[in-house]
Design a protein around this ligand. Structure first.
Ligand SMILES: [Zn+2]
Length: 281
């Protein structure tokens, strides 16, 4: 990852983010609201994921001067700031979305990619920046296979406990490593543990990302075994359902094995396993 340089596209987004932050701060003052309303769990789902990993190392690259770069690669339309994450996708054609969080981890991500390739389906990977930086080849493989790579922060912290600047760095650095490796910035963001607050929604939108939670939690992070994971996917399957699984953060062999069973079942039942398009505001 290049820490000494800011890509032109990112700078454009940052400028928009600064403007948005100022507007949001003004709005907050006007309404007298609290800055951080605290974490919310989508659809009553328990907080998911492994404990936070090592702390984010300080980085000096944000201190680089903004002048001296060429014009931005493309002007990006920023999504609106939501008050809640998206829990499901448009399922009128019986589409379902499979998501894998916390990776990439070669032990589990690689066989998951193989299974997805075998059935020629696309999925979403919400990667942590520090894992992505350690495994750029897996990130490239995901992108080459047409999977969507989302931002799951740098080191998986509980966002509502962070001050805004730290949260921003967690999200921004992860955007940068994804863009540096794949050439595309992420369009989706997912808060670790499903713990969102207003700063997370504001910063995500300012960085060009929509917030996606999930409809069905396989609870695979509790390592219940493949059969239990398959049962939960079967029970929760439905049009527009977003399934949460993990490809890192613990022993994920159950998640790997379960996919080999439930993916062909879903396809045989007439589901289209796919990825969402960008949500226009
Ligand atoms: Zn996670």
């Amino acid at each position: 990852m290049k820490d000494d340089q800011l890509t032109p596209g990112r700078r454009l987004v940052l400028r928009a983010a600064a403007a948005l932050g100022a507007a949001a701060a003004a709005g907050c003052t006007a309404t007298g609201g609290q800055d951080a309303p605290g974490p919310t769990a989508p659809s009553g789902a328990p907080a998911a994921g492994p404990p936070a990993r090592r702390a984010l190392k300080p980085s000096a690259y944000r201190l680089q001067p903004m002048a001296g770069y060429g014009p931005p690669r493309s002007a990006r339309v920023l999504p609106r700031v939501r008050k809640a994450p998206i829990l499901r996708v448009d399922g009128h054609d019986r589409s379902m979305v499979l998501t894998f969080d916390d990776g990439p981890d070669p032990r589990y991500t690689r066989p998951i990619l193989r299974t997805l390739r075998r059935y020629d389906v696309r999925a979403m990977f919400f990667v942590c920046g520090e894992m992505a930086a350690d495994n750029p080849d897996l990130l490239r493989e995901m992108a080459d296979d047409g999977h969507l790579i989302g931002n799951h922060t740098w080191s998986h912290p509980l966002l509502p406990k962070l001050k805004r600047s730290t949260m921003r760095e967690q999200m921004e650095r992860t955007c940068d490593v994804i863009e540096d490796v794949t050439g595309e910035p992420p369009a989706w963001f997912r808060a670790p543990y499903g713990a969102w607050n207003r700063n997370a929604f504001q910063l995500g939108a300012a960085l060009g990302m929509e917030p996606l939670a999930w409809t069905v939690d396989t609870l695979d992070w509790t390592e219940p075994g493949a059969r239990a994971i398959v049962r939960r996917v079967r029970a929760g399957a439905g049009p527009g359902v977003v399934v949460l699984s993990h490809d890192a953060g613990g022993d994920r062999s159950g998640s790997v094995d379960a996919l080999r069973t439930y993916l062909p079942e879903l396809l045989e039942s007439g589901y289209r396993v796919t990825v969402p398009g960008r949500y226009a505001t």
